[in-house]
Ligand binder design. Sequence first.
Ligand code: MN
Ligand code: MN
Length: 341
Amino acid sequence: MTDAPDPVVNDTRPTAPLHEVDDVRGPVSGFVVPRFAGIATFARLPMITDVDTAHVAVVGVPFDTGTTYRPGARFGPSAIRQASRLLRPFNPHTGTFPFADHQVVDAGDIACTPFSADQAVGEIEVGMRELLTRAEVPIILGGDHTVALPVLRCLREHAGEPVAVVHFDAHLDTWDTYFGAAYTHGTPFRRAVEEGLLQRGRCVHVGVRGPLYGIEDLGDDSDLGFRIMSTPFVARIGAQETAEAVLATVGDAPVYVSIDIDVLDPAFAPGTGTPEPGGLLSRELLAVLRSLRGIRLVGADVVEVSPAYDSSEVTALAAANVAYDLMSLLAEVRAGPAYPH
Ligand code: MN
Ligand code: MN
């Protein structure tokens, strides 16, 4: 054997024809390097250290010390990155090239201690504040839902005003404490309201369902300034009208979209910490997200993917596609919806 070709598994040549902006570096082309090869950055995008500037940064927060039931979301970022290999550069549902209009990168993971939630929340805040000096819009891969609090602290500061939250979740996550702990995955949005990070009355939970501790949970949640669009509500009015109701609620506020993957039915997302039957279809969630065009998105997360409970990567695949459609909201519409409606 002679003249063997050089191995190309670490080839970082971009998908050139898709990039009209000269200095944007896209994902490794699936026509040059098979999608199952090479190191798994999100969607095979460049690392933040490979580019001069970035607009959108995917960042992992492998933290699950705030979980109340099944742990394991610390492995969420790596599972979502692995599943995201399958993504392609053109989103025909929205007519967008989410990686082509501006620089999108993978910023790696924010390191934080697994031994103290209080300490980790501080470390995540420091990591996020540092990231926001290098990128404008963070897309966080969790991690459990605790991570939303330190991110919201930074985004409130970055936006210069409190933010609206569009929270997709089976659960309210506005409880007070668990076993005396203030920082858990069931409490981030109460803490955020207490800290003045949110625009009360412009926040909404989408996809809530399942049993509560008591009827007062709903009154407490309403007092904190959240509107509830339950799973039965979304199923009844449909994705398009749900999105319109969300857009009407947030208005022109800067918006953080927080997606707990357990908003999906356990049939579509078994790999999560606190599954609740009777949830949204992946199709419904993606359809709502695609209809949020015009939203003033300043950051987003996809949390609570716990790969040890997953089957055939379905939860991680759903999470990767959710992140992709969030990124698509930040991209220009270049074509009409390509699939027949
Ligand atoms: Mn949840
Ligand atoms: Mn949650």
